[in-house]
Design a protein around this ligand. Structure first.
Ligand SMILES: CC(=O)SCCNC(=O)CCNC(=O)[C@H](O)C(C)(C)COP(=O)(O)OP(=O)(O)OC[C@H]1O[C@@H](n2cnc3c(N)ncnc32)[C@H](O)[C@@H]1OP(=O)(O)O
Ligand SMILES: O=CC(=O)O
Length: 541
């Protein structure tokens, strides 16, 4: 093979990182550049199409299954590709960022799958982007064992056969990677950077290990976006010379528009699809985002009052199981946000009980597996799925033909009795400030008030503040949601944090910046499509 042409991509505005040359090789960058040249124009068109569709929702306050794809839904003959052995039993999946310690802990956790996250559990600092890739390469080459200098604790991988199968989640289509630019100075989409570097370095290596390049695809809004991913996979497989059909993708159904196109999404990816996941937190965010100006009918109560037993959430998850099993795909459940504590028995008990109830319900509904956020929750979820699956790797034979979901059922938000509360507003402000501050320090997932918070849950918090203010919600205490009230609550929270942290830690953090950014995205008349877009402009590193 002749040497690859020098990469036309430039590394922009980035301090050199240790061992970055092992990730950012000329050959890998040439591949990413080629992905960018071929696919970014279509990415741009699809982002513009998102805006058009949202304008239509603002006009009509409704959504429906697509008439033009009815033949795909009516055709019972097609199925997705069979699951590879490494993805046949997915009863428990752990998620988390790809720093060195988390990588080892997740691979060792006993879960069948690890969602290695470059998306919502990871703030996209250049260091996280590049060293996350390095950690995965090091894990596959078993060069990752280390001692944490801060705690003195040593970390080592278990034998290969006990490790979780990695399913990597690249960034969504909307985020660019500003540290990699083409000759015209245009940033490369983060999705292509994350996918491209991972695929280039690991596709063959993973096949040698008896696994493969497997992906979770986040924030997909339509089957046309799934088609774009499929085209990326076809091109990538030819480029590195692995057989077509090597890639497997699990698509997160976490936007309200994608919920109306589940079958079409599987159809577009059918040679590469291995499942759908019910990404409940982004799903709620997407409902608020899309129907934010749809009037009282679409005002969601406090996010923690919207449980998975709400009729519109059940319609979504049951339709997902039904769709997957009809097409031979795995249906994977979502994230219960309760985080256990090794120090507080009561917090631990609450988390175990809540997660057990959630996973029991999913297993009984027909899901083939589900997510947990913490290693201590792996045995809890395992027990729920073991009870239902026994020795079977999945329950795709449960076709759930009893499920009948009408278009209106997915957006029947007003069937909920709960209303927004003042405490809900305070919580949204608290979580928003605390999460954004952590994100600006490079942390994408944190435990706040014993709940897992990541980009998706922060998106809900700031969107709910926006929606409640714009809908003129009156809380049970007689206060009305207004910009002034949000500012007052935010000022009180900032003062409380200062008290809690002490002056030195407060000054060393990004608290004022986080407070200001939360208020900007919650109060601006122009609703930002994603919190992470303005936040990325402020992210250093
Ligand atoms: C809506 C969505 O998109 S959900 C998917 C995205 N979100 C996520 O992936 C969140 C994943 N979870 C996490 O990041 C973490 O659990 C957090 C940040 C919420 C809490 O982490 P911590 O504060 O470190 O929890 P805690 O102190 O209890 O951790 C105990 C041990 O478990 C490890 N651990 C905790 N969560 C994970 C995880 N998800 N993967 C691997 N190891 C983990 C910690 O590293 C720690 O290890 P150590 O004992 O060797 O130091
Ligand atoms: O990505 C998952 C979600 O719940 O959001």
């Amino acid at each position: 093979m002749s040497a690859p042409a020098p990469s036309p991509l430039a590394i922009v505005d980035a301090e050199p990182l240790p061992r970055q040359e092992e990730v950012l090789t000329d050959a890998a960058l040439a591949f990413v550049a080629e992905l960018h040249r071929r696919f970014t124009p279509r990415r741009d068109e699809l982002l513009a199409r998102r805006a058009g569709r949202r304008a239509e929702i603002a006009r009509t306050s409704t959504l429906d299954f697509l008439p033009e794809t009815a033949p795909i839904r009516a055709d019972d003959s097609w199925k997705v590709a069979p699951a590879p052995a490494a993805l046949n039993d997915r009863r428990v999946e752990i998620t988390g960022p790809t720093d060195r310690k988390m990588t080892i802990n997740a691979l060792n956790s006993g879960a069948r799958v690890w969602l290695a996250d470059f998306e919502d559990a990871s703030a996209p600092t250049w260091e996280n982007v590049v060293l996350g890739q390095l950690n995965l390469i090091d894990a596959y080459t078993r060069n990752i064992d280390f001692t944490d200098e801060r705690t003195g604790k040593s970390y080592a991988l278990r034998p290969d056969e006990e490790l979780a199968t990695v399913v990597m989640r690249p960034r969504g289509w909307h985020l660019d990677e500003r540290h990699l630019a083409d000759a015209g100075g245009r940033a490369v989409p983060g999705a292509l950077v994350d996918f491209g570097l991972y695929f280039f370095h690991n596709a063959r290596r993973l096949l040698d290990l008896g696994k493969g390049p497997y992906f979770y695809l986040p924030k997909t809004e339509s089957h046309l976006e799934a088609r774009l991913w499929n085209d990326v996979f076809v091109f990538a497989q030819d480029y590195v010379g692995v057989p077509q059909g090597t890639v497997r993708a699990t698509v997160l159904i976490e936007t309200i528009t994608a919920a109306y196109e589940m079958e079409e999404i599987l159809y577009e990816l059918r040679d590469h699809a291995s499942g759908l996941n019910a990404g409940r937190w982004d799903y709620l965010f997407s409902i608020v985002k899309n129907f934010r100006d749809g009037g009282a009918k679409f005002v969601l109560p406090d996010r923690n009052a919207v449980t998975m037993t709400a009729p519109f959430m059940r319609a979504y998850t049951e339709l997902l199981v039904r769709t997957c099993h009809k097409r031979g795909a795995h249906a994977i459940g979502g994230m219960a946000a309760f985080i256990p504590s090794r120090k507080d028995a009561e917090v631990n008990k609450v988390a175990f009980d809540k997660v057990r109830a959630d996973k029991d319900r999913e297993a009984n509904d027909g899901f083939d597996g589900s997510w947990v956020a913490h290693p201590d929750l792996v045995p809890i979820a395992m027990e729920s799925f073991d009870k239902v699956l026994g020795d079977k790797p999945h329950q795709k034979d449960r076709l759930r033909e009893d499920v009948h979901v009408e278009a209106a059922d997915l957006i029947a938000i007003d069937s909920l009795d709960a209303k927004p509360t003042y405490a809900g507003l305070v919580n949204a402000v608290q979580v928003g400030i605390r999460y954004i501050e952590a994100w600006l320090r490079g942390l994408g997932a944190v435990a706040i008030f014993n709940l897992m918070e990541d980009a998706a849950t922060a998106e809900i918090s700031r969107s709910q503040i926006w929606q409640w203010i714009n809908a003129g919600v009156e809380f049970e205490n007689g206060e009305r949601a207004t910009p002034e009230l949000a500012r007052k609550v935010a000022a009180e929270e900032l003062a409380a944090i200062r008290e809690e942290t002490g002056e030195e830690a407060f000054a060393a953090g990004h608290w004022q910046e986080a407070h200001d950014l939360l208020l900007k995205v919650a109060l601006d008349e122009d609703y930002a499509d994603f919190l992470t877009l303005p936040a990325y402009e402020q992210l250093r590193g």
